[in-house]
Design a protein around this ligand. Structure first.
Ligand code: FE2
Length: 691
């Protein structure tokens, strides 16, 4: 028996903008003949999201050619033949919500598979969806789930989903996925039309995916400008058969990253051609389309309303005043950001509390993207900035006990410290951070899982160790970092969070992230050598489903005659194509890369590993695609990376195509005051330079 009363449930559904349906005790056979399925009438399929022990959100889209609204019947059954229907109700679909439909099914049993479908007023049904509820909070069984990010249907194929479905269908019941956490870049709002790039994108051809009815052309691509444009790109993505099948099989837990609004966007600002421009109307449009297409327990500002978002009215007004947390105080900015609140926490059984945060809506400006920061980079050392400069830029006026320097040395130059009088960088913003820390502290789950759409692990290089004569001397004082625009460079805020974890004696702290288009396994630590290395948790980043990664970009763009090419792409004697030494560079350092270039022997190269460079990393693949799964139990955290070949074209195989490798990282649950440790096991294939 559910602890939630029917009345509470109806109120909860209304707050989420969903039609409630309460499962009864009676079972009845569906009156709709199975032959009535018409997938073409529901072209974006069905989906479910944000399961809890007693409820789950159901979704579809049923467009009508005429009229402003219509009714759908939703049925929820215990079997896929709909002989045991336990609930049904009718829900409105309206043109005002692009004919999308959200239903919250309640009074369900925990950890149970259900089947659902929609029927329109002509008797035609959607495809059948499968979903499952979360286990009850006292359920001691391990929780298994997947986390993914970054699917690009404009230039890639979604083979990773086919592989995920294939494996899940064949897995024993206890090993099946309970949900799929999508950490954003569900769409890429930047769209190339085939004629914009006849040369394609890196290894890929451009698909004629969507044409924006309004839109704006920037450089050689197009961006959405209205809610209709954002909707169009969601619809186009959902016509992908592998993505659509995945949404019909698994409950998703979705969260947006940057591309759901704008590539280099932050708050309601867009940045193109080096110009930052206020786009409150587009931020609201992006949030509206997200709300309409993603079944999630998110909070819209317009209040209860089951069938529409009701966007707040905003105008694009300059954002010039920022508070001490870097939040733009312009009223339309605050209204746009408040139009949809995505951060939230959910519980799966005894072992998993998933705390999801929004890294884009409240963040302050990334100082490394400022024009003034360009002077801290040099073509001699691609991607690298001095770590000390990254720290000065991050901390602003707090640097060095509130005594920031006036200038930052870079070789024989002194670069003005343009951050000297500014507040430290924040990615979460003050309100969300307070909420996040409180959730961490009060969680009683074994594993407190931070779903952070962006990475948290440092990327560092040791250019000081380059042999003399190869290139110019490194202009920094010590290590170099890459500017990541995430918690990998947000040292002050990351330290605040990690020291809170340590101070509160929180164990089982695990971060999972996307965005970097690469697989990373490692430990969460405030600082690296020569400072103390004291991990407080484990941290993972998943490779992209399909969006191109850094290795693919390097293969196409990195100058063939660059003196440091071997650090990024090596081609040892006898090798027919370049190998991604960038993986070795960030984990083992420059000496290993140079040895690999010379001998082509990865083991020999690893003997020269710089132990102080990356004690926080266990695994790194800057070119990997696929997905990750987690098995969280009373005594251990296990994360498996499933890596597929570059998804250039759709696989015709029912398993989604071959695997490159499968690697598992396991961490036994540690006690308060103990340090987490990672064990690595290559299960299949060869991750080569990633080890
Ligand atoms: Fe991405």
């Amino acid at each position: 028996m559910s602890q939630v009363t029917r009345r509470d449930f109806i109120a909860a559904a209304a707050a989420l903008g969903a039609t409630p349906v309460w499962a009864g005790t009676k079972r009845a056979r569906s009156q709709v003949p199975p032959s009535n399925e018409r997938r073409d009438l529901y072209p974006e399929g069905v989906a479910s999201g944000d399961p809890q022990p007693d409820s789950v959100l159901l979704w579809t889209r049923r467009p009508f050619d005429t009229g402003t609204d219509s009714r759908l019947i939703v049925e929820i059954a215990e079997d896929d033949a709909f002989k045991q229907v336990i609930a049904s109700t009718s829900a409105t679909v309206s043109a005002a919500a692009d004919w999308t439909c959200r239903v919250l099914a309640g009074n369900l049993k925990p950890a149970t598979v259900y089947w659902y479908r929609f029927t329109d007023d002509t008797g035609f049904t959607s495809r059948v969806g499968r979903t499952l509820t979360a286990p009850a909070p006292d359920d001691p069984r391990p929780v298994k789930f997947a986390f993914i990010s970054c699917q690009n249907a404009n230039d890639g194929a979604q083979n990773a989903y086919r592989r995920m479905i294939f494996e899940d269908e064949r897995a024993p019941e206890a090993d099946r996925l309970g949900f799929v956490l999508h950490l954003g870049d569900f769409i890429y709002e930047i769209v190339w039309y085939p004629e914009d790039r006849p040369q394609g994108m890196y290894d890929r051809r451009i698909r004629d995916l969507v044409r924006y009815a309004h839109g704006e052309k920037v450089e050689d691509f197009h961006i959405p400008t209205t809610v209709d444009d954002y909707r169009a790109v969601y619809r186009a993505y959902l016509h992908d058969p592998d993505l659509q099948d995945a949404r019909a099989r698994f409950p998703f837990v979705p969260m947006w990253d940057n591309h759901e609004f704008s590539w280099q966007g932050w708050q309601s600002l867009q940045v193109f051609d080096g110009t930052t421009r206020p786009q409150q109307t587009r931020k609201v449009a992006a949030m509206q389309a997200w709300f309409e297409f993603q079944p999630a327990r998110v909070r819209k500002a317009s209040g209860p309303g089951l069938d529409r978002f009701d966007p707040p009215k905003v105008v694009n007004a300059p954002i010039v005043k920022f508070d001490a947390q870097g939040l733009g105080q312009e009223p339309n900015n605050l209204t746009a950001l408040g139009s949809l609140t995505g951060y939230r926490a959910m519980r799966w059984g005894r072992h998993v509390e998933l705390i999801i945060t929004d890294q884009r809506s409240y963040r302050s400006e990334d100082p490394t993207t400022r024009a003034e920061a360009q002077d801290l980079t040099t073509k001699d050392f691609p991607e690298m900035l001095p770590q000390e400069a990254l720290e000065i830029l991050d901390a602003g006026r707090l640097y060095n006990g509130r005594k920031p320097p006036d200038t930052i040395p870079f070789g024989d130059k002194e670069i003005p410290n343009f951050r000297k009088n500014e507040p430290p960088q924040t990615i979460l913003g003050a309100t969300q951070k307070a909420w996040f820390l409180n959730r961490l502290k009060t969680s009683t789950a074994t594993w407190k899982v931070w779903g952070n759409t962006t990475g948290t692990l440092d990327h560092r290089v040791d250019p000081k160790n380059l042999p003399p004569g190869l290139t110019k001397p490194w202009p920094g004082a010590g290590f170099a970092g890459f500017s990541s625009g995430d918690h990998g460079n947000a040292y002050i805020e990351r330290a605040e969070i990690y020291s809170f974890v340590r101070g509160e004696g929180i164990t089982g702290f695990a971060t999972i992230a996307g965005d970097r288009h690469s697989f990373w396994a490692g430990l969460a630590a405030e600082t690296l050598p020569p400072k103390a290395f004291e991990p407080v948790g484990v941290a993972y980043i998943v490779g992209s489903i399909s969006a191109p990664g850094m290795v693919e970009a390097l293969e196409h763009k990195f100058p063939k005659d660059h003196p440091l090419r071997a650090l990024y792409l090596a081609q040892p004697p006898g090798a027919t194509k370049p190998r991604p030494t960038i993986n070795m560079l960030l984990r083992h350092g420059v000496r290993s890369c140079l040895e690999y270039q010379k001998s082509g022997d990865a083991d020999r190269a690893r003997i020269l590993s710089n132990k102080d460079l990356a004690p926080h990393l266990a695994f790194l693949d800057m070119g990997g695609h696929g997905y990750a799964t987690v098995r969280a139990s009373a005594d251990a955290w296990e994360c498996e990376f499933v890596c597929i070949p570059r998804p250039i074209e759709r696989s015709t195989r029912h398993d989604g195509g071959p695997l490159l490798y499968r690697v598992v990282h396991r961490t036994p649950l540690w006690e308060k005051g103990e340090r987490p440790e990672i064990e690595q096991r290559v299960v299949e294939g060869n991750p080569a330079l990633s080890l």
